[in-house]
Design a protein around this ligand. Structure first.
Ligand code: SF4
Ligand code: SF4
Length: 201
C-alpha cells in the first residue's frame, strides 16, 4: 500500500466488501433504540414540523447499552440519560406500517450506516466492515461493493457524534444535574455557536 495515497485516492481503488441484500423486514427499526444527536433532532424537527419532545425520549442505562464513559450520557436531576427516538408499538416511532421509514430523507445519521459497523482508519479510509451485532439480520452477505456511500456516511456520523458529545460535555460541566430534560432540548434546538436572536418586542 502506498502510504502517501490520500483517503480519496485509496477509495478510488475500489476495494470491495461484502454487503447484504436487505429484505426490508424492519427488524433494524424495531429492535434497537435509536440514539440521536442534536443535529438529528433539528433536522427531523425542521422536516416534520414536530416539536422535539414529541419524538425524542431520554433513556436510562437500563435501556441503552453504552459504556459509562461514552459521550451520550447527559446529566439530569433524575440521573444520567441518553437522547433517543421515541418508540411506538415496540418499534421506532417513524417506522410506517409498510415497514418503511417515514422520514427516510431526514433519518438520523446512525440509521444511514445500519446494519453495518465500520472500522475507519485515522485518514477516514474503510479498514473493515462487519454486521452490527445489535440486530440479528438473517440475510446473507451477497454483493461486492466499494461501499463508497457507507464510508461517506460513517465519516459524517463520526463528525456529528464528536460535535454532539462536545455539547453534552458543556452541558454536563455547566448545568448538568441541575436542569431538566426540556431545558436540554431547548439547549440543543440551537446549533452550536448560534447566538440567541434579539426579540423585536
Ligand atoms: S434486519 Fe437485515 S433484512 Fe431486516 S431490515 Fe435490517 S438489514 Fe434489512
Ligand atoms: S428513523 Fe427511520 S430508519 Fe431510523 S429506526 Fe426509525 S424508521 Fe428506521
Amino acid at each position: 500500500m502506498n502510504a502517501r495515497q490520500t483517503p480519496r485516492k485509496r477509495d478510488r481503488r475500489k476495494r470491495l466488501f461484502k454487503t447484504i441484500a436487505c429484505s426490508g423486514c424492519g427488524t433494524c427499526c424495531s429492535e434497537p433504540i435509536v440514539p440521536v444527536t442534536d443535529s438529528d433532532v433539528r433536522r427531523i424537527a425542521r422536516a416534520t414540523g414536530r416539536a422535539p419532545e414529541s419524538f425524542v425520549r431520554f433513556y436510562s442505562d437500563d435501556d441503552m447499552d453504552f459504556a459509562a464513559e461514552s459521550g451520550v450520557w447527559i446529566r439530569f436531576p433524575a440521573g444520567v440519560r441518553a437522547m433517543g427516538l421515541r418508540r411506538r408499538k415496540n418499534r421506532c416511532l417513524f417506522l410506517g406500517d409498510d415497514m418503511r421509514c417515514t422520514i427516510y430523507q431526514h433519518r438520523p445519521r446512525t440509521c444511514r450506516t445500519f446494519p453495518y459497523q465500520t472500522d475507519l482508519d485515522e485518514s477516514g479510509a474503510l479498514r473493515r466492515v462487519t454486521m452490527n451485532p445489535i440486530v440479528k439480520c438473517r440475510r446473507r452477505r451477497v454483493d461486492d461493493s466499494p461501499l463508497t456511500k457507507l464510508v461517506r456516511d460513517s465519516r459524517a456520523e463520526d463528525r456529528e457524534d464528536d460535535r454532539y458529545y462536545a455539547r453534552v460535555e458543556i452541558w454536563n460541566e455547566s448545568v448538568g444535574g441541575k436542569k431538566r430534560m426540556r431545558d436540554f432540548l431547548a439547549f440543543v434546538e440551537r446549533p452550536a455557536g448560534a447566538r440567541g436572536k434579539k426579540s423585536k418586542r
